[in-house]
Design a binder for this molecule. Structure first.
Ligand code: UT7
Length: 332
């Protein structure tokens, strides 16, 4: 029997209009453009403004554009997986809100929450449904409205995050293109260093949790940084070795955009030059589940059929991992 792989056959993205610059942040907290740029590589990020707009608003924009680009009717989608850490509501799943909004009447959907690794966890999961031959069109969308859980009085976190969403279409392929390998890892002892204290079942919202600012991202940045550098670099090197790929064989590193210094360390460990590294952290910041599809979206016109991509991420949980993807199409 011919082996089926899950090829990425299209990509799209959406970022909201409002741009929060380092200059504007200087008026909000004790920080400066030089510090933010040199420590993170970030210049600006997009913020979703407006009443009652959640992650699904951005995801719907990205998925609708994806359907247009891939000539797909919403009814043809079999499954939509949404990676997000900022769901519209605790339940139902944001994936359900998206499928309803776009009119994907024949699809089922669910969310995956793996913080900044959410998109790669979802992509690896969605690929399995294609590889078994069960489904023909699977949409993976990753997005976060990080501004909804960021404390804009905390200079250590508010400078990093932004809002945005991106989506890819997965379809069966018999010529060896698509998701070829994945290594996914998790270590729950990392929860101590990056989490949201209240709002879950352990500590539901009360006046006190709100007063204590416990509904925002809590991060011990330096510790997370150390784990992220090692985790992302190790797993990226491991997936190359396992697939007998040298740096010359790799066309692109597609790294989660959390900090340019983490990205540089990963590229160095893989021996891959900066010209092969997708980078858009300067304009979007860290959009959590959105970073990787937003990279693919920005660089789509530079990708060619047969390009070997190493996609890697590290995030809260801790969660981390890498995927080996052979790109399935030339620029259109
Ligand atoms: O994507 C999910 C996973 N998350 C990550 O990968 C994030 C990993 N962590 C990081 O990227 C970095 O740790 C940060 C960007 C968050 C912080 O950079 P850092 O180089 O680790 O700085 P630091 O926390 O060690 O702080 C150094 C100094 C401190 O001052 P003192 O104690 O040395 O006087 C901070 O108070 O920089 C100060 N600082 C700032 N100064 C100006 C912290 N934030 C700011 C700021 N502007 N925004």
């Amino acid at each position: 029997m011919t082996k089926l792989t899950a090829a990425i056959t299209g990509v799209s993205g959406y970022v909201p209009d409002y741009i929060l610059t380092n200059k504007e942040l200087e008026t909000m907290v004790d920080t400066n453009d030089e510090w933010i740029t040199s420590r993170t590589g970030i210049k600006e990020r997009h913020i979703l403004k407006g009443e009652n707009l959640g992650t699904s608003y951005m995801a719907v924009k990205a998925v609708n554009d994806l359907l247009k680009k891939t000539n797909t009717k919403a009814e043809e989608i079999d499954l939509l997986i949404c990676a997000t850490t900022t769901p519209d509501m605790v339940f139902p799943a944001t994936a359900n809100l998206i499928t309803d909004e776009i009119g994907a009447k024949n699809a089922f959907g669910y969310d995956i929450q793996a913080a900044c690794s959410g998109f790669i966890f979802a992509l690896a999961t969605g690929a399995q449904f294609i590889e078994t031959g069960k489904y023909k069109k699977v949409v993976i969308v990753g997005g976060d409205k990080m501004s909804s859980i960021i404390d804009y009085t905390d200079r250590a976190t508010c400078i990093i995050f932004g809002d945005g969403a991106g989506a890819v279409m997965l379809e069966p392929n018999t010529e060896g293109y698509g998701v070829l390998d994945s290594i996914l890892k998790a270590d729950g002892s990392g929860a101590a260093f990056l989490h949201q204290k209240a709002g879950g079942s352990r500590k539901p919202a009360t006046e006190e949790t709100v007063r204590n600012r416990e509904h925002y991202v809590y991060q011990e940045g330096t510790t997370v940084f150390k784990f992220a550098v090692k985790g992302m670099a190790d797993v990226s090197a491991e997936i190359m070795e396992r697939n007998n790929l040298t740096a010359d064989d790799v066309a692109w590193l597609v790294p989660h955009q959390a900090n340019k210094r983490i990205i540089d360390a990963t590229a160095q460990r893989m021996n891959v030059g900066p010209e092969k590294v997708m980078l858009n952290i300067q304009k979007y910041g860290n959009t959590t589940s959105g970073t990787i599809p937003l990279c693919l979206w920005d660089y789509e016109n530079q990708l060619h059929k047969g390009d070997n991509l190493i996609i890697s991420a590290f995030g809260g949980g801790f969660t981390w991992g890498a995927l080996y993807v052979k790109w399935a199409y030339d620029p259109k």
